[in-house]
Design a protein around this ligand. Structure first.
Ligand SMILES: NC(=O)c1ccc[n+]([C@@H]2O[C@H](COP(=O)([O-])OP(=O)(O)OC[C@H]3O[C@@H](n4cnc5c(N)ncnc54)[C@H](OP(=O)(O)O)[C@@H]3O)[C@@H](O)[C@H]2O)c1
Length: 309
């Protein structure tokens, strides 16, 4: 008996990003991957057809969609000038129009969880994302939007960075009372969720949290414990916390952005566990233990690729 032909995946936002690397690992065994993004990604071997393109610019989507069974979109910026979000949003809408013309069988998109209303509408990062989310849901295609909370995994931008700061500096900022919640989800689990969702016929939007919901301060205490250090916090009120985010971003650092602090403080990131994984969702403890052990041995775990925008 011959195996069924591999499905063709159009991956928009490539295998070089935090999530994209895991998406490749997850999809390559049973998909032929055409990967659209701007910079060379060392993890994309000859088995991946890389198409160098900026989604925000002119792209021949009808050609790239030829023979494609499923589209997965990951491309977004963490922080950028407002016009760049609009251009990327417009580019994704051009992709969507071409996908409708081509009657693509399945479209899976990564978005982000609900944020405070003033960010949802006032922050181009979110407003543009929602513009595309809404158009996708309205497109008539078989669409699934997955909205994970904060991701953890090698080279992540949150927990890994927090461990680094706790290891290197005498104090760590505590935003507000630390009583809000987070439910980190493993990058590899999100990649598998996308793979499962690509093969399913479920439609609409699903939020995806990890298996445990932590009070933020309990998680930071635990991180200090893993590093073998006593927690030492610099207490900041909510306004001071957002102000710190503004200062950090104003000096050009991508460590932390003010909107991320506001989002965290709004207590909307402790999402329920994703219900449909075919294995237990990974807990964050082993990841923290492994990363902290490397710091304790004097090694430096890989830092996140800085935002290249
Ligand atoms: N990280 C998290 O905690 C988290 C949580 C929830 C949702 N998400 C969402 O998950 C998605 C992936 O996040 P990530 O953390 O993996 O991001 P990432 O590491 O920054 O990767 C983003 C990818 O998008 C590509 N890209 C960006 N702008 C592009 C453009 N104009 N044209 C073509 N490709 C472009 C980049 O490749 P090139 O540079 O090669 O173009 C990169 O591979 C994003 O949509 C993000 O909003 C992330």
């Amino acid at each position: 008996m011959t195996a069924p032909p591999a499905r063709r995946l159009l991956l928009v936002g490539g295998g070089g990003g935090l999530l994209g690397r895991e998406v490749l690992r997850q999809f390559l065994p049973d998909h032929r991957v055409r990967s659209v993004h701007r910079h060379i990604a060392p993890g994309e071997g000859p088995e991946v057809e890389w198409v160098a393109a900026d989604v925000a610019g002119p792209v021949d989507w009808p050609r790239l969609l030829r023979g494609v069974d499923v589209v997965v979109t990951l491309a977004w910026y963490r922080w950028a000038a407002p016009a760049r979000f609009r251009a990327l949003g417009d580019g994704l809408l051009r992709l969507l129009a071409a996908a409708r013309t081509a009657s693509v069988a399945r479209f899976v998109h990564i978005s982000v969880p609900a944020a405070p209303p003033e960010l949802e509408t006032g922050l181009p990062y979110l407003a543009e994302k929602r513009r595309f989310d809404a158009a996708l849901l309205d497109s008539g295609l078989s669409v699934r939007i997955v909205r994970p909370t904060m991701l953890f995994g090698e080279g992540d931008r949150l927990l890994g960075v927090m461990l680094r700061l706790m290891h290197r500096f005498p104090v760590f900022p505590m935003f507000g009372d630390g009583a809000y919640h987070v439910s980190p989800i493993a990058v590899a689990d999100v990649a598998r969720i996308l793979w499962l969702e690509a093969a399913s016929d479920r439609t609409g939007t699903i939020d995806a949290g990890g298996p445990e919901r932590f009070r933020y301060r309990d998680l930071t205490d635990e991180m200090y414990r893993r590093l073998g250090k006593r927690p030492r916090y610099l207490p900041l009120g909510p306004r001071g916390s957002v102000a710190l985010g503004r200062v950090v971003q104003s000096v050009g650092s991508d460590l932390l952005y003010a909107y991320e602090v506001r989002w965290l403080l709004s207590d909307r990131l402790g999402l329920d566990p994703y219900p449909g994984l075919d294995r237990p969702l990974a807990r964050v403890g082993p990841y923290l233990a492994e990363q902290a052990a490397r710091w304790r041995r004097g090694e430096t775990p890989p830092a996140p690729a800085s935002a290249r925008g």
